[in-house]
Write a new protein. Structure first.
Length: 126
């Protein structure tokens, strides 16, 4: 069985002749390409507080079915949400996102930056 893709194998002589003609044919090929329509990305839905509260409630129902307690809190010192998962029977911490070590580092960085900003205000920015 032979498969013919319709491609022609060019000899060296034909290759050099094709190279001389290719730039002219390239213009013709570009003119034959279909136009591409550029579309704007879809709008991202903005969530409201009620939507987020419902999502949290749905997550908590799901996690309770697994024998876990899920809690969400906002740490204002680092302006981040923290999620904790605890075992429902022992109340032992199973997982925290972000980890407590990361939260502690973020607090230290925030305090250092705040101290430097306050110093810049007192020093006149010099």
């Amino acid at each position: 069985m032979e498969i013919n893709s319709g491609l022609k194998v060019l000899s060296q002589v034909e290759n050099s002749a094709a190279a001389k003609v290719a730039p002219q044919q390239g213009a013709n090929i570009a003119g034959k390409l279909p136009a591409v329509e550029i579309k704007a990305p879809p709008e991202v839905k903005k969530f409201e507080g009620a939507d987020l509260d419902q999502a949290v409630a749905d997550l908590q129902k799901f996690v309770e079915g697994l024998g876990r307690n899920l809690s969400f809190r906002r740490d204002d010192s680092i302006d981040r949400s923290i999620i904790t998962v605890r075992d429902a029977s022992t109340n032992q911490l199973v997982r925290q996102i972000p980890a407590e070590e990361i939260v502690a580092i973020a607090r230290e960085i925030r305090q250092d930056l705040d101290a430097k900003r306050a110093g810049m205000l007192l020093d006149g920015g010099a």
